[in-house]
Design a protein around this ligand. Structure first.
Ligand code: HMG
Length: 382
C-alpha cells in the first residue's frame, strides 16, 4: 500500500520586506543577500497574524477539497509556539470546526519537527489506512534586529494531508537519522528571539545532513544516482547549494545544481519558514516541473540542536492534476511591502506577552488574532 502526501496548501503573512531595503539601510551590498544568501525578501506577520492564523488559512483551503470526516489527527509542527502548554493544533481545531473526535497536538524540534509529524502520520495511516492525518508546519522566524540572522527571517505555513493512495508523493519506508547535542541555534523559554552561533550552525547543518545520508545509504543500499531531485531545509537558499557541494565532496560525486534549482523559488521570496521550509521546497519543486511522475525525491530535513533526517518519496503519476501554483503566486503577490521604518516599528512592537491587548484588522486572511484577554489568546474568522 502506498502512503504519502495526498494534497498540500500554503499560506504566508500580510507583509514583506525586500532585502534590498534592508541592505540599503545597513550600508551593505545588496548582492550579499541576493547572491551570498540566495534570498530576495522575507515575509513578516501583521500584529493580528501568527502561526495559528497562517496554519488555519492553509488548512482551510486544503480541507475544502476533501472529506473532513476522514481526518483523525492534527499534528502541528512549529518552533515558534504561542503557548508553553496548550497545543497550537487545538486553536486550529476550533478555527477549522473539526469534530471533537479528532486528536490535535503540537510537536517541537526546531525546523525538523515537521518531518517527525509527517513520518508519524505515515505510520498512523499504515495502521488505519482509511484514516487521513492533517500535518501542519507553521513558523515565524524572528531574529533580533541588527544581528547576522536578521536577513534570514520569514513566515509561512504548509498544510499537508497524509493518506493511503496519495495524489502527490508516496513516502518510501526507511530513513537516515542523525542526532547530536550542539548549541548552534536555540531559544530559551524567556527569549522572544533565538541565540545563534552562525558559523557553527552552518557546520552542524552540513555534518548532520551528510551523516543522515550515510545512515540512509547504508540501510537501503541507496546511491546518489537513485535520487532525481534533492529537497532541503532552506534557512536561506544558498544553504542547499552548500549542502550539495558538501555531499558531493563527501561521496566523491559530481552533483549538478539542476538537482536543486527548481526547489528554491518560494523560499527565496519567503525567507526562513523553519518547519515549513522543506515543504515549501517540495511545493516549488512540484510546481515548476511537469515531468516528475515516477521520479524519486530526496528530502533533507534539519533542525538545530540538532536532529536531521534523510528520506525519499516518489512523485505520483497524476500529480499535475492536484497542484495549485496560482494559489502560491496569489499569496506572494498579495503581500504588502514594508518601508524600513515600518519594518523596524513592527519588529519592536512585537510582544510575546499574555497581557491584555487587542489588534486592529490588518489582513484579508480568513482568520485573525483579535487579541489577548485574561491571558487567553482570542482568534476569530473574518
Ligand atoms: P554573515 O556573517 O552575515 O554573512 O552570516 P557572511 O559574511 O558569512 O556572508 C554570507 C555569504 O555572502 C558568504 O557566502 C559571503 O561570501 C557572501 P559563502 O562564502 O558562505 O558562500 N557575500 C557576498 N556575495 C556576493 N556579493 C557580496 C557579498 N558579501 C558577502 N557583496 C549567516 C551568515 C548565515 C551565518 C547568518 O545569516 C545567520 O546567522 N543566520 C541564522 C542562522 C542560519 O540560518 N543558519 C543556517 C544553518 S542552521 C539551520 O538551518 C537551522 C535554522 O533554520 C533553525 C532551526 O533549525 O530551528 C536556522
Amino acid at each position: 500500500m502506498k502512503i504519502g502526501i495526498h494534497d498540500l496548501e500554503v499560506a504566508t503573512s500580510h507583509y514583506v520586506l525586500d532585502l534590498d531595503t534592508l541592505a540599503e539601510h545597513q550600508g551593505i551590498d545588496p548582492n550579499k543577500y541576493r547572491l551570498g544568501l540566495g534570498q530576495d525578501a522575507f515575509s513578516m506577520p501583521a500584529p493580528d497574524e501568527d502561526i495559528v492564523t497562517m496554519a488555519a488559512e492553509a488548512a482551510q483551503k486544503l480541507l475544502a477539497r476533501h472529506d473532513v470526516g476522514q481526518v483523525r489527527q492534527v499534528l502541528f509542527a512549529t518552533e515558534s509556539s504561542v503557548d508553553q502548554s496548550k497545543a497550537a493544533g487545538v486553536y486550529l481545531h476550533e478555527l477549522l470546526g473539526l469534530p471533537a473526535n479528532v486528536r490535535s497536538i503540537e510537536l517541537k524540534q526546531a525546523c525538523y519537527s515537521g518531518t517527525a509529524a509527517l513520518q508519524m502520520a505515515v505510520n498512523a495511516v499504515a495502521r488505519n489506512p482509511e484514516e487521513q492525518i492533517l500535518v501542519i508546519t507553521s513558523d515565524v522566524a524572528r531574529y533580533a534586529l541588527d544581528t547576522g540572522g536578521e536577513p534570514t527571517q520569514g513566515a509561512g505555513a504548509v498544510a499537508m494531508l497524509i493518506s493511503a493512495d496519495p495524489h502527490l508523493v508516496e513516502i518510501e519506508p526507511g530513513s537516515g537519522f542523525h542526532t547530536s547535542d550542539v548549541n548552534d541555534f536555540w531559544r530559551p523559554n524567556d527569549s522572544t528571539t533565538p541565540f545563534v552561533d552562525g558559523q557553527l550552525s552552518l557546520d552542524a547543518y552540513l555534518n548532520a545532513t551528510t551523516s543522515a545520508w550515510d545512515d540512509l545509504a547504508a540501510r537501503r543500499a541507496l546511491h546518489l544516482e537513485d535520487i532525481d531531485k534533492f529537497l532541503h531545509h532552506q534557512p536561506f537558499t544558498k544553504m542547499a547549494r552548500k549542502q550539495l557541494v558538501a555531499l558531493g565532496e563527501h561521496t566523491g560525486t559530481q552533483l549538478s545544481e539542476d538537482l536543486i534549482e527548481e526547489s528554491m523559488s518560494y523560499n527565496r521570496a519567503l525567507g526562513n519558514t523553519y518547519t515549513a521550509s522543506l515543504y515549501f521546497a517540495l511545493t516549488a519543486q512540484l510546481h515548476s516541473n511537469d515531468q516528475l511522475a515516477g521520479k524519486r525525491l530526496g528530502f533533507f530535513s534539519y533542525g538545530s540542536g540538532a536532529v536531521a533526517e534523510f528520506f525519499t518519496g516518489v512523485v505520483q503519476e497524476h500529480y499535475r492534476d492536484h497542484i495549485y501554483p496560482d494559489h502560491v503566486a496569489q499569496q506572494l503577490q498579495d503581500r504588502v511591502a514594508l518601508s524600513y521604518d515600518e519594518y523596524r516599528g513592527l519588529h519592536q512592537a512585537y510582544a510575546a506577552t499574555s497581557q491584555t491587548f487587542s489588534t486592529q484588522p490588518t489582513t484579508n486572511a480568513p482568520f485573525r488574532l483579535s487579541g489577548v484577554t485574561e491571558h487567553q489568546r482570542r482568534y476569530e474568522a473574518q
